[in-house]
Design a binder for this molecule. Structure first.
Ligand code: HEC
Ligand code: HEC
Length: 242
């Protein structure tokens, strides 16, 4: 009996060392809806293993190997639990792997007709509708919203521009906290911003506009690889509420 057990143990150990092939793992992932993978421990483990490799090869150049974003690529920290783009679960306001899968499949402003692309940050400079003085005042208000010391009178003028001529409230909500349907920034959380939070960067954002792009991957990766990457990003996040 002891012998049989130890042979069995050795066999299990061997199987553990080799693990299932990448192909076998991908087959399992492909045939399972991405949200269901979380409830299947073996498949979940496979997804994290495949997903990490997919991320290193396809995402790390822009998002960083640690998923924390790269300043010069203007990418968000995928681990901070703060989501630019909200998911579909409007009952619990919670992200699920399918919401991340959707971003990977179709991208953000990627040119794909299904990409997330309801709004861009419009240029508000002189060719649009704000004077340099109004931009300056609005920047002061944004600095105030994000907790920095400001010239209160100037910030008050900026608040007026925010709520009226600048139409900022329309996309960032009246309190400035952003709308995850549009992927507009939460202006009270400068640690989540993509384009710098100093005064000069804010002025540039307002004057020239911004429109970040995350590519679509449905034509570059298989369905299984995309699900694996979605699970990997999901698991790396510190929180899933939005
Ligand atoms: C039509 C919708 C829209 C309007 C109007 C708008 N924004 Fe935006 N804003 C966005 C979107 C979308 C983004 C995110 C762009 C991106 O991620 O590339 C953004 C980004 C920003 C950022 C950059 C944050 C970062 O990540 O660095 C600032 C600051 C900002 N907006 C302030 C303003 C102010 C102030 C106004 C009014 C003068 C304004 N926005 C008007 C949609 C809008
Ligand atoms: C060419 C650079 C680039 C590559 C490659 C790239 N991304 Fe992105 N990604 C971005 C940018 C830029 C944004 C922010 C877009 C915006 O301004 O809203 C983004 C946003 C995202 C978001 C949204 C996060 C949130 O808070 O809602 C997710 C999720 C994401 N990327 C996942 C991935 C994954 C997974 C891969 C690889 C399969 C990948 N990206 C590859 C540039 C890239």
């Amino acid at each position: 009996m002891k012998f049989v057990l130890s042979v069995l143990g050795a066999a299990l150990l061997l199987a553990g060392c080799n693990g299932p092939s990448r192909e076998t793992m991908l087959k399992g992932l492909e045939s399972t809806p991405v949200n269901d993978i979380l409830a299947k421990p073996e498949l979940h483990r496979d997804a994290d293993a495949v997903g990490k490799a997919v991320f290193v090869d396809n995402c790390a150049s822009c998002h960083g190997a640690d998923l924390k974003g790269l300043d010069d690529k203007h990418t968000p920290d995928l681990t901070d639990g703060k989501w630019l783009y909200w998911g579909d679960d409007l009952e619990r306001y919670r992200m699920h792997p399918a919401d991340i899968e959707k971003t990977i499949l179709y991208g953000i402003r990627s040119g794909d007709p299904k990409s997330r692309n309801l709004a861009v940050m419009p240029a508000k400079g002189e060719d649009a509708n704000l004077t340099p003085a109004e931009i300056d005042q609005t920047a002061e208000y944004i600095l105030q919203l994000s907790g920095r010391p400001v010239d209160a009178a100037k910030a008050k003028q900026g608040q007026r521009v925010f709520a009226d001529k600048g139409e900022c409230w329309d996309c960032h909500l009246p309190d400035g906290t952003g709308d995850g349907a549009l992927g507009s920034a939460n202006l009270a959380q400068p640690d989540t911003w993509l384009y710098g939070s100093d005064r000069a960067s804010i002025v540039r954002t307002l004057t020239e506009g911004r429109q970040g792009v995350c590519p679509a991957f449905h034509d570059k990766l298989t369905a299984g690889e995309i699900k694996a990457a979605a699970i990997y990003v999901h698991d790396a996040a510190a929180g899933l509420d939005f």
